[in-house]
Design a protein. Structure first.
Length: 348
């Protein structure tokens, strides 16, 4: 946005994600400017988080004039910020718009749909997202295909990630381990379901080392039985982004329930098994390396063992506009949107 004359971008950090390795370190490693506004929302129920962000963002927007608010992704902060802006007549731009899983038990799906309904400019990263939005009756003139900004970040940080030496530091060999991330409530909040997937990971570890950085939510759900199962899996504390990317890029296989990791593995050409029944990123299946295995521990185990047994073949990403330049296109689209909002109408 700095390249667009007359546009000033100011950063607000809601604090929904507040762990140092999962928030502050990201901003530092991405070269992000220090946030001018910090809400410090922290953890809480969906209602508590949404309400706190709604109040905090409204307060900022009332204190100073803004022409638009850019929101990203599908977390509670995304929807609450869009709602606060739209009620004050401030333009809303949604980055990563149009993703749909069709699973209304996911809080993120509710956030996605509602945010898109409130948005004036919808920035999308794949054809599926365009089809979803048009199918929901959203004017195609509000939709702009820009590509995947997260892949921009991935490509730009790969050299720095490899320089961390995370693979060697953890005593691993490239293509000689399985990397796991699991954090969604549908997987970790039910003790029996969490035990089932941990048992599957334990069995996979008999074939190849399994590395499992524990999300704070997952760690908080571990009981005595779960801790015992983890003894044969290499459990790690949360990793900073660069270190995680180095492990992800050199893994033989990634097991995840994360949407972002599905996209990163597609771009990196690393096989991925998604431990969910649905995905809002079907492009990672049709154009990538991703495969849904449902919430079935045996299916996860059997597919993982089968993939590990296959010879390693480096794959390439074929998704259009996942080329490292999505940010440039997004900035241009936002600049054009701001210009149009400031032009006088024919009636005036």
């Amino acid at each position: 946005m700095k390249q667009h004359a007359g546009v000033r971008a100011r950063v607000l950090h809601t604090g929904q994600h507040y762990d140092r390795t999962m928030s502050g370190a990201f901003l530092d490693q991405l070269g992000f400017p220090d946030p001018e506004f910090r809400l410090g929302v922290g953890s809480g129920s969906h209602a508590e988080q949404t309400a706190a962000v709604l109040v905090g963002v409204e307060r900022v927007l009332r204190a100073e004039p803004f022409d638009a608010v850019l929101v990203a992704g599908d977390v509670n902060s995304t929807f609450a910020s869009a709602l606060a802006a739209s009620k004050l007549g401030v333009g809303v731009t949604h980055l990563e718009a149009g993703l749909r899983s069709g699973d209304w038990t996911m809080p993120e799906e509710i956030n996605r749909v509602l945010t898109d309904r409130l948005s004036d400019l919808l920035l999308v990263h794949c054809d599926d997202a365009v089809e979803n939005l048009v199918g929901e009756g959203i004017d195609a003139g509000r939709i702009e295909m820009v590509g995947n900004t997260m892949i921009d970040s991935l490509y730009s940080l790969l050299p720095a990630a490899q320089a961390t030496g995370a693979v060697a530091r953890h005593g691993l060999q490239p293509r000689g381990y399985v990397l796991v991330t699991l954090h969604r409530p549908a997987v970790v909040d039910e003790p029996a379901r969490l035990a089932g997937v941990l048992e599957a990971l334990t069995e996979i570890a008999e074939t190849m080392p399994v590395v499992f950085p524990l999300h704070p939510r997952t760690h908080a759900r571990l009981g005595a039985r779960h801790a015992a199962l983890l003894q044969r899996v290499r459990a790690l504390p949360p990793l900073e982004y660069l270190e995680f990317i180095d492990l992800e890029a050199h893994a033989r296989l990634v097991i995840t329930d994360s949407g972002g990791v599905q996209e990163e593995t597609t771009s990196l050409g690393v096989p991925c098994l998604t431990y969910r029944t649905t995905t809002e990123r079907p492009v990672t299946i049709s154009h990538g390396t991703n495969e849904l295995v449902g919430l079935d521990p045996e299916q996860l185990r059997s597919r993982a063992v089968a993939l590990i047994a296959q010879p390693w073949v480096q794959r390439s990403c074929t998704v259009a506009m996942w080329d490292g330049h999505a940010g440039d296109r997004a900035a241009a689209a936002i600049g054009g949107f701001l210009t149009r909002r400031q032009l006088p109408t024919a009636a005036s």
